[in-house]
Design a binder for this molecule. Structure first.
Ligand code: GDP
Length: 298
């Protein structure tokens, strides 16, 4: 991911090498090229506009340093603005004062929610927590089984519907899971919810009902970084429909253009908490805006 964008940016920076002081015309020309590179990487238009406005203002402004040549100055500004659109300092997971901490996962079908449930539980277990995975995705026939397999690999327990405990009713399952977590001394509950291939009212309603039943500390929106411009409308729909507190980018190992990854923070107004980079449980880490920005700049 980002290979194209990285190449484009490094081409733009190369052209600036050896230049003396940058004129306003140089800055405008460079900003235009960066704008195009971002748009071609599928970054959402409002994000690109903000980025370019900041870049121009800073490049023309007083911060121009004698210690850096023009190319270095532009690289520094682009680096810092990338960090800004990716979330600045970043934020870590919020834990409840009174356990269990409840984390609800939401997103389209195929975005990587169930896989994330496994990854997150493994990661949290590694930090000394006792997570419980909850199978509240009862739409997809194989989802419960998939969650059980992942839980087995992560070495954590699953709460799933069985006769007598809310078969077919994900809201009831989610609700009961909190009591189950308390009884079995789990300090974190991760609720996997159903997604659809596209946004629909029924799915949003179910997600809201589950949210209201479990009163989550975090509602994590999982977004497939491979999706292009659609990412923005999907993110907006989940932001408005369920209310999200954080984002996880999945499939960052893919070869898509990366615009979703660069837009989702701005579009949702919520921080990117983790990044998934493969199908295995260990292909997962805390998200670091600065590292991602450095990776994009190569
Ligand atoms: P859900 O429908 O949202 O629960 O999505 P799943 O967790 O079932 O994931 C859908 C597909 O994407 C599965 O084949 C996963 O193995 C795959 N997947 C999930 N996360 C990643 C990732 O970070 N990278 C790659 N390459 N594949 C992933």
């Amino acid at each position: 991911m980002f290979d194209n964008l990285s190449d484009r940016l490094s081409g733009i920076f190369t052209k600036l090498r050896g230049k003396g002081r940058l004129t306003d015309a140089d800055i405008d020309a460079t900003a235009r090229e960066i704008r195009l590179a971002l748009l071609e990487a599928d970054v959402a238009l409002p994000v690109v506009k903000q980025f370019i406005a900041n870049l121009k203002e800073r490049a023309r402004g007083s911060e121009v340093s004698e210690a850096l040549n023009p190319a270095q100055q532009i690289i520094k500004i682009v680096h810092e603005e990338l960090i800004t659109i990716l979330g600045g300092e970043g934020r870590r997971l919020q834990f409840a004062k009174n356990p269990p901490t409840v984390i609800m996962l939401a997103g389209l079908q195929g975005s990587g929610k169930t896989t994330l449930a496994g990854k997150l539980s493994r990661w949290l277990k590694g930090q000394g927590h006792q997570p419980l995975l909850v199978a509240a995705d009862l739409q997809r026939p194989n989802a419960v089984n998939q969650l059980q397999v992942l839980a087995g690999r992560a070495g954590v327990d699953v709460y799933a519907p069985s006769p007598g405990n809310g078969v077919g009713d994900p809201v009831q399952v989610a609700k009961d899971s909190i009591e189950h977590a308390k009884r079995t001394a789990k300090d974190i509950v991760i609720v996997d919810t159903a997604g659809r291939l596209g946004i629909d009212a029924e799915m949003m309603q179910q997600a809201r009902d589950i949210r209201d039943a479990v009163d989550p500390d975090e509602v994590i929106f999982v977004i497939d970084a491979m999706v292009g411009q659609d990412a923005v409308s999907t993110a907006e729909a989940f932001r408005d429909g369920v209310g999200i507190t954080g984002v996880v980018l999945s499939k960052l190992d893919g070869d898509a253009r990366g615009g979703a990854a660069l837009s989702v923070r701005h579009v949702t107004g919520q921080p990117i908490l983790f990044a998934s980079t493969g199908e295995k449980l260990e292909d997962f880490d805390v998200f670091h805006p600065d590292r991602m920005a450095s990776r994009i700049l190569g």
